[in-house]
Design a protein around this ligand. Structure first.
Ligand SMILES: [Zn+2]
Length: 302
């Protein structure tokens, strides 16, 4: 079963009609301010989104996580939160703190850690044509590292997806390093095109297994990655995997004027940086953003 855009829109509308908090946050999104920033001619956006402080500022220390009720477990969710069917073992929810007008959270029914990209991401992508499904590793932007979950937004909303579809043709079905296609992009990633025959297996396994590392050398920590899977217009499975070297940039922890409330996850890495504070939104420059990317991801030279 596949969900059409109309069905997803209806699901969201129904949810918003019965959940004032989510409705308030979706309504606020219509007013949200965006600012375009070019980095080496590539399109990036800042989004001023005060409601996202809950995620950007999330305390993800082990002790803190252990002492709070998991907000993704069914028993702890607000009674208003609807459950959509997706595939066995998973539930589809409307994200009550959206970044984009269609923003779903797809959660494992079981409380288990956000330890590696689940292979179910592929089947979920086939159920949601036109959407990109993404995974924030436990140490790469996930605000609930203890409960396995994915998110989904319309794929054309994310600048990085649009860019990759343009520069990595589907005739080149394989995994390519970004510096082969985009030598001046501010950080390094892999793009994969997965043929639906035997030749697709190797790229597919790469997409599911690429991780990052804190020493910036190996790619084997599955909690340090941002991974995106989607089905293209022509029905081909594609992915992007961004190996990470840190969860948060230095400026996140800085004191005083140098402090920036930025905690990059998939959406930020895909070209839409979320700034819950107005001052960050107004003052961040292309240089600042490049520095942030280079502190959390490989820059291609390290
Ligand atoms: Zn849980």
């Amino acid at each position: 079963m596949q969900y059409s855009h109309e069905e997803i829109k209806d699901f969201i509308e129904t949810q918003l009609s019965m959940w004032p908090l989510a409705k308030k946050n979706y309504d606020a999104l219509a007013e949200v301010e965006r600012r375009e920033i070019k980095i080496n001619d590539y399109d990036f956006f800042l989004q001023y989104n005060p409601a996202r402080i809950v995620s950007t500022g999330a305390n993800i220390e082990k002790e803190k996580i252990a002492n709070r009720k998991c907000f993704l477990c069914r028993d702890n969710r607000p009674p208003e939160q609807m459950i959509g069917e997706i595939i066995p073992g998973w539930e589809m929810l409307v994200n009550p703190y959206p970044i984009l007008p269609v923003h779903l959270t797809i959660v494992s029914k079981e409380h288990r850690p956000q330890s590696h990209v689940p292979k179910d991401i592929v089947e979920i992508a086939t159920r949601l044509p036109g959407m990109v499904i993404f995974f924030n590793g436990a140490k790469a932007g996930a605000s609930a590292p203890d409960h396995l979950h994915l998110q989904a937004v319309l794929k054309d909303e994310l600048p990085l997806i649009r860019l990759v579809e343009k520069v990595h043709p589907e005739s080149a079905a394989m995994v390519l390093p970004s510096d082969a296609l985009l030598p001046h992009f501010p950080f390094f990633f892999f793009t994969g095109v997965v043929n639906p025959d035997d030749t697709g297996l190797k790229p597919l396994l790469a997409g599911l297994s690429i991780g990052g590392s804190t020493d910036g050398k190996t790619l084997d920590d599955p909690e340090l990655v941002n991974t995106f899977f989607w089905i293209s217009e022509s029905g081909i499975l594609r992915f992007i995997a961004i190996p990470r070297i840190a969860h948060r940039p230095k400026c996140y922890y800085a004191e005083g004027a140098k402090n920036r409330m930025i905690s990059p996850g998939c959406i930020d890495m895909a070209g839409m940086l979320i700034t819950p504070r107005r001052n960050d939104f107004e003052t961040l420059t292309a240089e600042d953003i490049t520095k942030i990317y280079n502190e959390v991801a490989f820059n291609g030279k390290n």
